[in-house]
Design a protein around this ligand. Structure first.
Ligand SMILES: Nc1ncnc2c1ncn2[C@@H]1O[C@H](COP(=O)(O)OP(=O)(O)OP(=O)(O)O)[C@@H](O)[C@H]1O
Length: 314
């Protein structure tokens, strides 16, 4: 039996906190030794290549799967503690809705199943997308269904919204609309969002916190504003067909060469001095480099390390 008594109000500042979290399917670890946290109120991206463990992490948070190791806390309480389930809403790619229900009946079901239901918010979301209340779900377009699924999720008034590539099947216009809707609803209610996505431009536009997974492990986690500026793109000429030795003082995440020229994304460990051209990478460039280099040393900003200066998230 797990301890459900030790969490207090201070811990609730962390929407998610994983310590040594792991999930094994037969002999293979889908998620291993994951330790990170996400402060409440952030729009966090969950990024990683196919098979990195993103859905597994969301399944552990939503209790669709049980951890094989470690623990996961949601607002300071174990994910399986009584009462935790009412604090989050989950939206996956498949968006299970009853096809024969009308939009209105779907919202009524949301109201009947959820004690804290916010009918006004749910209706505002469907109406702002011109989704007719009397239309049957089976007649809605993919974008309209996604909007209805968002209305169900936000109507629950969750403190934490967990999204597994919810916009993957939308066209660019619908994606932009739903993205704006998500940001404005989350800002209005102070909702924490953890959103898995493969679209780096979408992440750069929407997210202020990053959790990067590769091969089941956390490769990077923390405030985007802290993590991205720790990196520099270095362009120069190789020395004897290799990266200049002076760069070894830094953490080289990724190197690409073309003839005698190299471009390296490095995590600075001090001043960068040499006959090189230095540029500041954007979030997308940093994420791409980490996604292409799953073996790169992990990077967690202090906010993302459980137990580290708790006051830093305030
Ligand atoms: N129910 C399961 N049984 C066995 N293996 C599983 C199961 N679910 C996931 N896995 C394995 O765990 C690993 C992580 O899968 P997961 O779906 O979490 O990755 P993902 O990052 O969400 O990938 P994608 O971007 O493709 O959706 C994969 O190797 C996958 O095959």
């Amino acid at each position: 039996m797990r301890d459900t008594t030790t969490y207090g109000t201070a811990d609730a500042r962390w929407a998610l906190e994983a310590r040594g979290l792991g999930k094994r399917y037969r002999r293979r670890w889908a998620l291993k030794d994951c330790t990170f946290r996400v402060p409440a109120g952030r729009i966090a991206a969950l990024v990683g290549p196919n098979g990195a463990g993103k859905s597994t992490l969301l399944n552990l948070a939503t209790r669709l799967a049980e951890p094989s190791a470690g623990e996961l806390r949601i607002f300071g309480a174990p994910a399986d503690a009584p009462g935790t389930m009412g604090r989050w809403a989950y939206l996956g790619q498949d968006k299970p809705l009853f096809k024969r229900f009308t939009v209105e009946q779907t919202l009524r079901m949301g109201r009947e199943l959820n004690p804290g239901w916010d009918q006004r918010a749910a209706e505002r979301i469907v109406r702002s997308g011109q989704v007719p209340l009397d239309a049957r779900v089976e007649t809605l377009s993919g974008g309209q269904r996604t909007r209805l699924a968002f209305a169900l999720a936000f109507g629950k008034r969750p403190e934490l919204l967990l999204l597994d590539e919810p916009m993957a099947d939308l066209d660019p216009v619908a994606r932009d609309e739903i993205g704006s809707l998500l940001l404005s609803e989350a800002a209005e209610h102070g909702t924490t969002v953890l959103m898995s996505s493969h679209l780096l431009s979408e992440i750069e536009d929407m997210c202020d916190y990053l959790v990067v997974l590769a091969e089941g492990r956390v490769r990077m986690a923390g405030e985007a504003d802290e993590l991205v500026p720790m990196h520099t793109l270095v362009t120069g000429v190789t020395e004897e067909d290799a990266l200049p030795a002076a760069l070894n003082a830094h953490t080289v995440i990724e190197v690409r060469t073309s003839g005698r020229h190299f471009t390296a994304l490095v995590r600075r460990q001090g001043p960068l001095q040499g006959p090189w051209q230095l540029t500041e990478p954007g979030m997308e460039e940093v994420l791409l480099a980490y996604l292409r280099s799953p073996g790169a040393p992990a990077l967690l900003s202090p906010t993302a390390v459980p137990g580290h200066r708790e006051e830093s998230a305030a």
